[in-house]
Design a protein around this ligand. Structure first.
Ligand SMILES: NC(=O)c1ccc[n+]([C@@H]2O[C@H](COP(=O)([O-])OP(=O)(O)OC[C@H]3O[C@@H](n4cnc5c(N)ncnc54)[C@H](O)[C@@H]3O)[C@@H](O)[C@H]2O)c1
Length: 382
């Protein structure tokens, strides 16, 4: 089998999630490429070495440009914070590398547009790690919608709730808390959490035309972990918006890091003419489905335990009745990406799909400032 040599940048949360997927995928999915963990890159040499030893990377570097210059690396995997996505991806595209990039694609649409142009000009395979699409219950939701089981869709409702920044002593910036530093994260929960909800929504329910939003920064100043100085907080702590989809449906989206008791509660509900769907990250292997066309005497919400071989991705895992979890969504994403290299159908979301989400988050942030409805740009028009 032809090798697919991978260089990963970042050894944190996502560096681990991706490495786990690269290692596992070939054991469960029939691939026509052999994934090789060629090199790991991170800023701290000792931590990068420890990471490489744990996951089996052949070599390490603290300079990502070295990875791109290497002839024996085919694919650059960007698992570093948002402020470095554009520079690395554009250089990697110029170097002719395939690219997997973490979400959000970029700090803002201007950067994202350049990234899309770079990968499309270089004709290199590219994908954004919006992994929730490939949780089998979410993929099943897509199949049911595409098969017309909901009919015309009226409502889309999504939430992503956390509670880890309520304490005003949590710093901004630095390892672990870069998400609170706007110069590294770009935005707060809008780009971090709502971006996931938006990507899923665009995939399930089509384009969003316009939004009206509100955001809040509850803790106005925080110490910076690197400088030790108190600085104004420039990210949004909470963000909520109304949206109008191109198909005529109405939506509400909400994300916050101030919902006490919630660690990572991503939920969505979709209501259509014939039925409704509900999904909840805390019960990720289940899809709730209501079909109004069922016979009246048995009509009601079904809780579908997504574990059967007939259901998305599940035939590759255990036996019916045994469920899988969060990490497997990354395995599925790699499996689809590798399949797309040879079957002529590049796996989504591509960078252009990532740009579509960035256009929505940008419109949300603009609307929150202007307090007016904001039209969302189309990522499809070149
Ligand atoms: N798909 C998802 O569900 C999901 C979940 C979490 C994070 N993310 C995204 O993944 C990315 C990384 O987040 P994380 O939670 O893994 O962060 P993290 O803080 O756990 O790890 C970040 C890593 O990037 C490295 N890094 C930072 N700047 C670098 C540079 N210039 N060169 C080389 N390495 C550098 C750090 O050393 C660290 O290893 C972000 O874009 C984030 O939004 C996505």
């Amino acid at each position: 089998m032809k090798p697919l040599n991978i260089g990963v940048i970042g050894y944190g949360f996502m560096g681990r999630a991706h490495s786990n997927a690269f290692r596992k995928v070939g054991n469960f999915f029939p691939l026509d490429r052999k994934l090789v963990l060629k090199a790991a890159c991170g800023r701290d040499a000792a931590k990068t070495k420890a990471f490489a030893d744990t996951w089996g990377y052949e070599s390490t570097t603290s300079d990502w440009k070295e990875l791109i210059a290497r002839d024996d690396i085919d694919l650059i995997d960007i698992a570093a914070p948002n402020n470095v996505h554009a520079e690395i991806a554009i250089a990697a595209a110029k170097g002719g590398k395939m690219i997997l990039c973490e979400k959000p694609l970029a700090m803002n649409p201007a950067e994202a547009v350049k990234m899309v142009a770079a990968v499309e000009k270089a004709k290199v395979a590219n994908m954004v790690w919006y992994n929730y699409r490939r949780i089998p219950a979410v993929t099943l939701a897509k199949e049911l919608i595409d098969a017309g089981r909901l009919g015309k869709i009226f409502h889309y409702r999504a939430k992503f709730l956390q509670d880890w920044t309520i304490n005003a002593d949590v710093p901004q910036g630095g390892a672990g808390t870069w998400r609170l530093d706007a110069s590294v994260a770009g935005s707060g929960v809008t780009g971090d959490l709502l971006a996931h909800c938006i990507d899923t929504a665009l995939w399930l329910n089509g384009g969003i035309d316009s939004v009206t939003a509100m955001t809040e920064t509850f803790v106005k100043e925080r110490k910076h972990a690197l400088s030790g100085k108190k600085q104004k907080v420039l990210i949004d702590d909470a963000s909520a918006f109304l949206a109008r989809f191109s198909n005529g449906s109405l939506a509400t989206f909400e994300a916050t890091r101030y919902a006490r008791g919630h660690k990572a509660l991503y939920t969505f509900e979709i209501n259509g003419e014939h039925g409704s769907l509900c999904w909840d990250l805390h019960d990720l292997h289940r899809l709730q489905f209501f079909d109004h066309r069922d016979a009246g005497n048995v009509r009601g919400w079904r809780s579908i335990h997504v574990s059967d071989g007939d259901q998305p991705y599940m035939k590759h895992w255990w036996v019916p009745g045994l469920q899988i979890g969060y990490e497997h969504s990354f395995v599925h994403q790699v499996a689809d990406f590798v399949a797309g290299l040879s079957n002529g159908q590049p796996a989504a979301p591509t960078f252009r799909d990532g740009l579509a989400t960035d256009y929505v988050t940008d419109a949300v942030l603009k609307s929150a400032k202007s307090r007016r409805w904001q039209n969302v740009k189309s990522a499809r028009s070149k």
